[in-house]
Design a protein around this ligand. Structure first.
Ligand SMILES: [Cu+2]
Length: 127
């Protein structure tokens, strides 16, 4: 039991500067998406990975979506207002990912609900 506690402590210390998880767009320490703009091809999937120690959401701005496109948000909400109303459902924990497949060309703007006012926003361009 003592040994288990010691191992757990080391694991926490190793993560102090952020979480080791891979993705195409990172939710980085400092409340930002990186890169803030990413261009992909229609049909591609984009993995949003939370490499910070805070929880975040990946939430589409509903009004800015291309005409044909379906709405997307971590947590599976069907609209921006639903996503905002069910914030806790959409939270992506540190070390977790959220994946979206973009079938329709266009520009997709999105944000993190808790950190929208801090400017935590991004854009996916689908060609
Ligand atoms: Cu955030």
């Amino acid at each position: 039991m003592r040994r288990f506690v010691a191992v757990a402590f080391i694991a926490l210390a190793a993560c102090s500067s952020g979480r080791d998880v891979e993705g195409d767009v990172l939710m980085e320490p400092g409340q930002r998406f990186a890169p803030t703009e990413l261009t992909v091809s229609a049909g591609d999937s984009v993995v949003f990975a939370n490499t910070s120690k805070e929880t975040h959401t990946v939430t589409a701005y509903g009004e800015d979506l291309p005409d044909e496109a379906g709405y997307f948000a971590s947590g599976g909400a069907d609209s921006e207002s639903e996503a905002r109303d069910s914030l806790s459902d959409g939270l992506v924990d540190p070390g977790e990912i959220f994946e979206v497949t973009f079938d329709d060309p266009g520009t997709y703007k999105y944000f993190c609900i808790p950190h929208e006012s801090s400017g935590m926003k991004g854009t996916i361009i689908v060609e």
